[in-house]
Ligand binder design. Structure first.
Ligand code: SAM
Length: 349
């Protein structure tokens, strides 16, 4: 059906003409010569409309159908992306562990391998190049929000001594089952328990604290900004790292990740989430907010990279998108010895 709709629109949204050497001036739409196919597409659209598979684009019934859902049981309206995710999570996955759905779209259910897709082709590919580019032997690494321990295992394979911490018990169980002989995995049932657990480790105990796709969840769930829980956590991170040497590495989705559903893949739902500056759903924190938050807690940004697509996966469905835009930001912060708190007071170690 999606393929038919794409054809009906007369071009393939997953490929950019710019990626094929067309310039912005020469082809401002980025759609290239594919617009020539629109006649065939129009014919198909008329057919779909006659059969009520697709409604008139300017029809009020169509617009009403696209409106937000009034409640999770509202079947009359299609709703926005979040309504649909919410409906799916509430009605179909309510009996399952809340992280299982997330886990199974990234990994094989047994947690031993990643599913093909952007995580494997961009995120995992990048992390493999990061760990191979430096000597981790003997380093102490905390994988915070480690999930099923996939990256903890990657660090341990390079000779690091790794502790993985997470609030999802099912994922910690999986991590222990798959990689428990290589790294230590600790479960903590919630923010306060996590801070309590971290407080048991010594000052400067870790060389690296690594978070992959974790901070956005914490900030997203706590829309009002720096809550006590996040502050307490960042204070622990700061205490656990050596000023000027220790690294807090965070890999978070780039804001454009959420447009990839519109442009990035043939099987992805069509949705634009105008999230970045107006965080209605708090899906991703803005970069300036992340950097300001870290500065307030005494961390300076010392590294910033966009993970790149694995060239061997270049013909994957979403590859055009991943070439043109970053899917993740990889940021490295280090504790600074002296910093200004939001009140203007100077903090020193
Ligand atoms: C999107 S998953 C990422 C898992 C893993 N880092 C990876 O990249 O595969 C987010 C993880 O953060 C964990 N998490 C969420 N809030 C947390 C918190 N306050 N403390 C520790 N872990 C947390 C979740 O349980 C989940 O496993």
């Amino acid at each position: 059906m999606l393929a038919a709709l794409q054809m009906a629109q007369g071009y393939d949204r997953t490929r950019f003409a710019f990626a094929e050497g067309k310039s912005l001036w020469g082809d401002p739409s980025g759609l290239g010569e594919r617009q020539g196919e629109a006649t065939q597409g129009e014919r198909l659209m008329q057919l779909l409309q006659r059969r009520w598979i697709v409604c008139e684009p300017d029809g009020t019934d169509y617009r009403d159908f696209l409106a937000a859902k009034t409640n999770p049981l509202d079947r009359k309206h299609l709703g926005n992306f979040h309504d649909r995710v919410g409906e799916y999570l509430t009605l179909e996955l309510r009996l399952r562990d809340k992280w299982t759905w997330w886990h199974d779209q990234k990994f094989q259910p047994d947690g031993t391998a990643m599913q093909p897709g952007p995580y494997r082709a961009v995120q995992d590919h990048f992390m493999r190049s990061v760990v191979q580019s430096r000597n981790l032997r003997g380093m102490r690494i905390l994988d915070f929000g480690c999930g099923n321990g996939h990256y903890a295992r990657l660090f341990a394979d390079q000779g690091a001594k790794v502790v993985g911490v997470d609030t999802a018990e099912a994922l910690i169980d999986l991590a222990r089952h798959n990689h428990g002989n290589l790294a230590e995995f600790r479960f903590a049932p919630g923010d306060a328990a996590v801070v309590d657990l971290l407080s048991k480790y010594k000052n400067c105990e870790f060389d690296i604290i690594f978070l992959s796709d974790v901070l956005l969840l914490m900030l997203g769930a706590k829309a009002e900004g720096l809550t006590e829980a996040i502050g307490a956590l960042l204070d622990q991170f700061r205490r656990l790292l050596r000023p000027g040497r220790g690294e807090l590495q965070m890999m978070e989705p780039n804001a454009t990740f959420f447009l990839a559903g519109r442009y990035g893949g043939k099987d992805l739902p069509y949705a634009i989430i105008p999230e970045y500056r107006e965080p209605v759903f708090n899906v991703v924190p803005t970069l300036d907010r992340v950097v300001a938050l870290m500065a307030e807690r005494g961390f300076g940004l010392v590294g910033y990279q966009h993970p790149q697509l694995d060239p061997d996966e270049g013909d994957a469905d979403f590859a055009g998108w991943a070439h043109a835009f970053p899917l993740w930001d990889f940021m490295t912060f280090t504790p600074v010895a002296e910093f200004l708190s939001p009140s203007g007071a100077v903090n020193r170690d």
